[in-house]
Structure formats: structure tokens, C-alpha cells
Design a protein around this ligand. Structure first.
Ligand code: ADP
Ligand code: MG
Length: 250
């Protein structure tokens, strides 16, 4: 689905991503792990069009999409979530879902407000979809809360919900489990699994929680210092000495 072909990115003298090649297979959940500073988030930013690479290509369904802006990639079904959730804190949870248009993510607040009047008046279908998403994620009981009042874990679920309001095909998740308690982590895990199995979403998942990775992901790609140092089934990469050193040394 996504082919990453020799992607490199430097910040000044720092080679954050260094000739990375791997494939995110259609219909799968690919894990992306590695110590802090390995270049994982930078790679996601490049894949989703937020940063231009210095070298290399990104192919989406065989087509070169390198350097296309985020909204264009979004239209083609590629969305990312952020390590730090980007909810609109002064809107309710349900409004946060309803405001996601079927063609844009990560847009500016003024645009979102501008559209909001229209959404409220016209779009019952959007409301129905939002209610489905709330039920799917077990967020119905907080739908009228301001999003800013949610716990960190609930914000992560809401962020996943915002991707469900779109026609996403490939979702890049940056640390969906970070700072999340065990109960909510299980909800997030179940939501990802169901979106994958029941709705055919393709995922690539950056995560430090190795249990979550082992439960969800195959294959697992390991990055360290900008490079891919191993990939394969979790058991394989766990047994890899270079991987063990990267974690112990990092
Ligand atoms: P990871 O997500 O694997 O922890 P990142 O991709 O966030 O790693 O960062 C990789 C390296 O690039 C780190 O050393 C980080 O400090 C650096 N880096 C990331 N973004 C920027 C930026 N915008 N400007 C300068 N350096 C950056
Ligand atoms: Mg990161």
C-alpha cells in the first residue's frame, strides 16, 4: 500500500532519517519501533506530507506521492494522528467529530469554525456518523463534554475517532498508547483491531508499549539513529542482537 523507497531527511547536521526502505502492506498493521530520536515521527511527517524528504520516494498504491501536501494525501485516504492529540478543546467531543470534513484533517481553527455553521444546519448524516463513531469507541457517555476536559487516553480515542469520520484507508498512529492507563489502552487496542479486521483499515503504528505492538503488529520494523536495523515478526526482531543493543545502548 505504501512503499518507502530510500527516504532521507537531515536537520542541520543531524541525519534524522537515513535511507529508509520498507513497505506498509495493505490490510495489515505494521509496527514501527525504536528508541527515542530514532526518526520515527520524522518519517511519519514525511509520509503524510508534512515534511519534504531530502531524498527518496513515497509510493501510495504504486503511485509516486512524494512531496504532495497533507490535504491531497488525505483525499487519497492517508491520515496521521499526532503524538500529542490535536483536539479542539473548547468544542464538545461530538462536535470534534462532526467538524472533521470528509476531505481535510489538521486544518486551521478558523476554517473549522467557518464550516461549523453549515455542518450544524445541514448535515444530519454527519451527526449520525458521529454517533456511530462515539458508540464504536465507547465515548457516548462523554459526547457532550468539552474535549479539553477528557483524560489523555480519551483524547487519543477521540483522535482515532476523527480518523473514522473520514474515508481513511491508511492511518499512521504516532504513540496511541503513550500516557494512557491500562483500561483505555485496551480500548484503543480493540478499536485498532476492529478497524483493521472489520473495516479494512491499514495501519502503521509507532509505539513504545511492546505488549501492544506484539498483540497487534506483524511485521514490526525497528529504527535506530535514522536507519531500519531490523524487520519481521515480533519474535524475530526481539531476538535480534542489534535491536537489543539499540534499546540497551539508547
Ligand atoms: P522519534 O519519533 O523516533 O523519537 P524523531 O523523528 O522525533 O524521533 O526525531 C529524530 C531526530 O530528529 C531527533 O534527534 C530529533 O531531535 C530530531 N528532530 C526532529 N524534528 C526536528 C526538527 N523539526 N528540527 C530539528 N531536529 C529535529
Ligand atoms: Mg516520536
Amino acid at each position: 500500500m505504501i512503499q518507502i523507497d530510500g527516504i532521507s531527511k537531515a536537520f542541520g547536521g543531524l541525519q534524522a532519517v537515513d535511507s529508509v526502505h520498507f513497505t506498509i502492506a495493505k490490510g495489515g498493521i505494521t509496527g514501527l519501533i525504536g528508541p527515542n530520536g530514532a526518526g520515527k515521527s520524522t518519517l511519519f511527517a514525511i509520509l503524510a506530507g508534512f515534511l519534504p524528504p531530502d531524498r527518496g520516494r513515497v509510493l501510495l498504491d504504486g503511485e509516486d506521492v512524494t512531496g504532495l501536501p497533507p490535504h491531497t494525501l488525505f483525499h487519497r485516504g492517508l491520515v496521521r494522528t499526532f503524538q500529542i492529540p490535536h483536539e479542539f478543546s473548547r468544542m464538545t467531543v461530538r462536535e470534534n467529530l462532526m467538524i472533521v470534513p470528509p476531505g481535510q484533517a489538521g486544518e486551521s481553527l478558523p476554517h473549522a469554525w467557518f464550516r461549523w455553521g453549515r455542518v450544524k444546519r445541514e448535515d444530519r448524516a454527519v451527526g449520525k456518523k458521529a454517533d456511530e463513531v462515539l458508540a464504536f469507541l465507547n465515548l457516548t457517555h462523554v459526547m457532550d463534554e468539552l474535549a479539553g476536559n477528557l483524560s489523555g487516553g480519551q483524547k487519543k480515542l477521540l483522535e482515532l475517532g476523527r480518523t473514522m469520520m473520514t474515508d481513511a484507508k491508511v492511518v499512521l498512529l504516532d504513540e496511541p498508547g503513550a500516557g494512557v492507563n491500562r483500561t483505555l489502552l485496551n480500548s484503543i487496542r480493540d478499536a485498532i483491531r476492529r478497524l483493521n479486521q472489520e473495516r479494512g483499515y491499514t495501519f502503521c503504528l509507532i509505539e513504545h508499549d511492546m505488549d501492544l505492538i506484539a498483540q497487534l503488529c506483524d511485521p514490526v520494523v525497528v529504527m535506530a539513529q535514522g536507519r531500519v536495523i531490523a524487520q519481521g515478526a515480533m519474535e524475530q526482531v526481539r531476538a535480534n542482537t542489534e535491536v537489543q543493543e539499540a534499546y540497551l545502548g539508547g
